[in-house]
Design a protein around this ligand. Structure first.
Ligand code: ADP
Ligand code: ZN
Length: 615
């Protein structure tokens, strides 16, 4: 039997490892409790948002306990970077997955058997092979960490059949503690994880799912490409971001268009060949300032901490999807944007996809309800974050960091306009989409309008008092609120729902959001560097250049050497001794030993340059 540290001893030691090995001053949230619980041999289910710091929850117990911590992760690209980052810290880590040749895999297996590894990352399909299980049986195991545990769920789009077999770990290795981790918050997924991985007795650790550094903004879709370009240029020039689109074709077009506009961008979708997809993902992960235009096929393998924005040009399918996709922004805790352009066509398209899918009625019902909840988030005049967190069962107060908090939308009594819009639908026979209906209301005798004789209707021109954009917003909101229903058999023609009758008769009023005038670019909140005064900003750039050279020489991503946040802290503190450097978050013993001298030399050079400039 391995000797178990007493809880008191283990918490002292876990803090020491946090400080000395990882270079962090204190645990975040429940990290400390989770580490102690697992280090003492307990099972745990950890629900923590992206960027919350899940990795430390199994990495530190693996170091505290005797034997090797086995980490199951579906993300091959990510394993390599995790192992590189751990190696930088002096932790003995390796991985086993299909990217290794036989000889390298054999060497790793030998190291495991010899007890020479603190952490071993294994792909799930490999772990469950008889060969690998025998190998584990012959080794001393500290724990099993099951990362991305929501992959056991049939409902999510990350479902991995191999994950279903992971319950055998419990049967085969009953004495080894297991910690399952996920950033997926909904109760259904949670209970699936507990059931499928046999975690009924595990202690549950649920963190707040708030991502306070992410600013949520949902704008009316008018000219989406131009809106996107303006958003990138004005708020995120030279930074990394992800743009999500629904179709492969649109991904290719938007990526090409951004490049033509001078924004470095790459496409990513399941229709591309594997080699190119892998290359694009690797470039995004490693380079600064690339924009990835992608379908939702992209994201699972992305562990890039400095993604500064996630933009949606199309509506996601659910709040879960929206939360997961936007959650890829700002893992490093620095300010980041979740931006979405949304319009009536999105809503019509998503409803059509649900209705016309081959899925079961139950699945369609659930999907429709999920879409409705997302529309509620898009149309709300209240705080977006309150809505978002409320969906996951978390109560909160208005956040002050979303578009509706920063510029509360005005609402207006739209009863008259709604009545006009609904009668126009009625008079034209419930066979037309919003574009045509708006032409009729505004009295535009287009060829199509005249062709149908709609210029002779009583509703022709009765809506000339409102702009086209206002009408678009009226139709969108009436549809989102359920007064109008798109008829998918008729290409999304808007039809009247039962509830519209009371509005048409003037018995019920309608309150709508006013379309926001385009906001001026908000004050740049930016990454840490932007907050630095001039001489420090220059130093920051030099530190970044030094880091880039290091990263290239070692072929690892730049953030594996140091995060932006750590470089910014160095640039503003400008320490002149190793002790001074050691006090900075993100500089542990190994990094101090390895890079301390070079950093001090660079800082001294900078001081000299400043000194001679002052003379
Ligand atoms: P998750 O897996 O939950 O998305 P990570 O484990 O990748 O999150 O951690 C996110 C970021 O936060 C990483 O850059 C990590 O180094 C940093 N981090 C985690 N815990 C701490 C801590 N206690 N103090 C400072 N930084 C931390
Ligand atoms: Zn808010």
């Amino acid at each position: 039997m391995p000797v178990q540290p007493t809880p008191a001893a283990s918490s002292a030691t876990s803090l020491a490892i946090l400080r000395e090995t990882f270079g962090f001053a204190s645990f975040r949230g429940a990290q400390g409790q989770i580490v102690d619980h697992v280090a003492a041999g307990g099972d745990a289910l950890v629900l923590m948002p992206t960027g919350g710091g899940k990795s430390l929850c199994y990495q530190i117990p693996s170091l505290l306990r005797e034997g090797t911590g086995i980490v199951v992760s579906p993300l091959i690209a990510l394993m390599q970077d995790q192992v590189a980052a751990l190696t930088q810290l002096g932790v003995r880590a390796a991985f086993l997955n299909s990217s290794l040749d036989a000889r390298a895999a054999y060497a790793t297996e030998r190291a495991l058997a010899a007890g020479a590894l603190d952490l071993l990352y294994v792909a799930p399909e490999r772990l469950t092979t008889p060969r690998c299980l025998d190998l584990l049986a012959g080794a001393k195991l500290a724990l099993f960490a099951i990362d991305e545990a929501h992959c056991v769920s049939h409902w999510g789009h990350d479902f991995r059949p191999e994950y279903l077999q992971l319950s055998l770990l419990h049967e085969r290795f009953p004495g080894v503690p297991r910690i399952a981790l996920t950033a997926t918050a909904d109760p259904q997924t949670r209970s699936e994880i507990v059931g499928r991985l046999a975690l009924q007795d595990a202690r549950l650790f649920v963190s707040s799912f708030d991502r306070p550094n992410i600013r949520y903004t949902i704008v009316d879709k008018v000219d989406p490409r131009a809106q996107l370009l303006r958003f990138i240029r004005e708020e995120h020039a030279g930074e990394s971001g992800i743009v999500y689109c629904l179709s492969r074709k649109k991904v290719d077009e938007v990526a090409a268009w951004l490049v033509a506009q001078g924004v470095p961008a790459l496409p990513y979708h399941a229709g591309m060949d594997t080699a190119m997809r892998t290359e694009h993902q690797a470039r995004f992960q490693r380079e600064d300032a690339l924009v990835m235009v992608a379908t939702i096929a992209f994201g699972m393998g992305i562990d890039k901490p400095d993604v500064r924005f996630v933009a949606h040009l199309d509506l996601p399918k659910s709040i879960e999807g929206y939360y997961q996709e936007t959650g890829r922004a700002g893992r490093d805790g620095e300010p980041a944007d979740a931006w979405m352009a949304y319009g009536l066509a999105d809503l019509v398209q998503q409803r059509r996809m649900i209705e016309q899918s081959e899925a079961s009625e139950e699945y369609k019902r659930v999907s429709a309800a999920k879409l409705e909840a997302l529309l509620g988030l898009c149309e709300t005049a209240g705080c977006r974050r309150v809505r978002l967190l409320g969906y996951f069962g978390e109560a909160s107060a208005p956040c002050g960091n979303c578009d509706t908090c920063l510029e509360p939308p005005q609402t207006w009594d739209a009863s008259v306009a709604a009545r006009k819009a609904l009668s126009c639908v009625y008079r034209t026979g419930q066979r037309f989409g919003a574009v045509h209906l708006i032409d009729v209301l505004r009295g535009k005798a287009t060829e199509r309008v005249a062709g149908w004789g709609h210029d002779r209707l009583s509703v022709f021109g009765i809506g000339a008092d409102l702009e086209e954009a206002q009408w678009r917003s009226v139709f969108r909101q009436l549809t989102a609120l359920g007064y109008l229903r798109p008829d998918h058999a008729a290409y999304g023609a808007l039809t009247l729902a039962e509830s519209s009758r009371a509005v048409l008769k003037g018995e019920a009023g309608v309150e709508l959001r006013r379309v926001a005038a385009r906001k001026k670019a908000s004050a740049r909140r930016g990454a840490p560097a932007q907050a630095l005064p001039a001489p420090n900003a220059e130093l920051f750039e030099r530190l970044k250049a030094w880091r880039a050279a290091q990263a290239r020489a070692q072929s690892v991503p730049a953030y594996v050497i140091f995060h932006d946040r750590t470089l910014a802290a160095i640039a503003s503190a400008r320490p002149d001794s190793l002790e001074g450097l050691a006090g900075i978050d993100g500089i542990g013993e190994k990094k101090l030993e390895r890079y301390g001298g070079q950093l001090l030399a660079l800082l001294a050079q900078h001081r000299d340059a400043l000194g001679s400039a002052a003379e």
